[in-house]
Design a protein around this ligand. Structure first.
Ligand code: ADP
Length: 199
């Protein structure tokens, strides 16, 4: 079938859409353990971008796992497929001219590498929300760690499934040493130059 898929030549390009929005589009990817602070930080970053008139969209477990990926489990193969689909969706939204914020545990290095291949390096900002498993378990925002300890959840990242920490993330946030405001400040400082369109 593939040979019969011939792309149509659309007249409005990604560049046109970015020019219309007056900013660049790219993907900000938050990775870290459950409860590390990904959604909390992404949410405040999005509010700051909104105030600056930047067009954004946030992808997270709630809008992805309940919809397009509801057929996927937390087994390693399904986690890989989960991230691949999210990367493809992100790629489309970046192409549409928006800044995408994505908050997913995404524990495997090879899966995060694959996101880079899909959206291209230059469009990918990896934010490692680095919070120890002890602290995440103490916070236990969703009660998942308690369930994992009780054996009610298998494949719980940090407890019974691995988390492969990024080696060279663009930004690393240690939430046990930084407030949410400080984290957001660091991220905004990094992305502000990236938002500017080339003249
Ligand atoms: P995740 O999206 O990574 O699963 P959440 O953002 O849902 O995590 O939960 C993180 C929890 O940790 C929130 O209740 C948040 O208020 C709390 N928290 C405490 N300190 C910080 C910090 N410095 N940065 C981010 N979150 C923090």
């Amino acid at each position: 079938m593939k040979e019969n898929i011939i792309p149509h030549n659309y007249q409005i390009s990604k560049k046109d859409r970015q020019n219309n929005n007056k900013h660049n589009s790219f993907l900000i990817w938050f990775t870290g353990l459950s409860g590390s602070g990904k959604s909390t930080i992404a949410n405040v970053v999005e509010q700051q971008l909104y105030k600056l008139g930047i067009k954004t969209y946030t992808l997270d477990g709630d809008n992805i796992r309940k919809g397009i990926n509801k057929d996927l489990t937390f087994d390693p193969e399904d986690r890989t497929e989960n991230i691949r689909r999210i990367a493809e969706i992100s790629n489309l939204i970046v192409d549409s001219g928006l800044v995408v914020l994505a908050a997913f545990v995404s524990p495997y290095k090879k899966d995060r590498e694959n996101i880079k291949n899909i959206v291209k390096d230059v469009n990918f900002v990896e934010v490692y929300v680095n919070t120890s498993v002890e602290e995440c378990e103490r916070r236990d925002v969703k009660g998942l760690y308690k369930k994992a300890r009780a054996g009610e959840i298998k494949n719980m990242t940090g407890i019974s499934a691995p988390y492969e920490a990024p080696e060279n993330p663009e930004i690393e946030i240690k939430t046990e040493e930084k407030t949410v405001e400080e984290a957001v400040h660091d991220i905004m400082n990094y992305i502000k130059p990236k938002l500017k369109l080339e003249q």
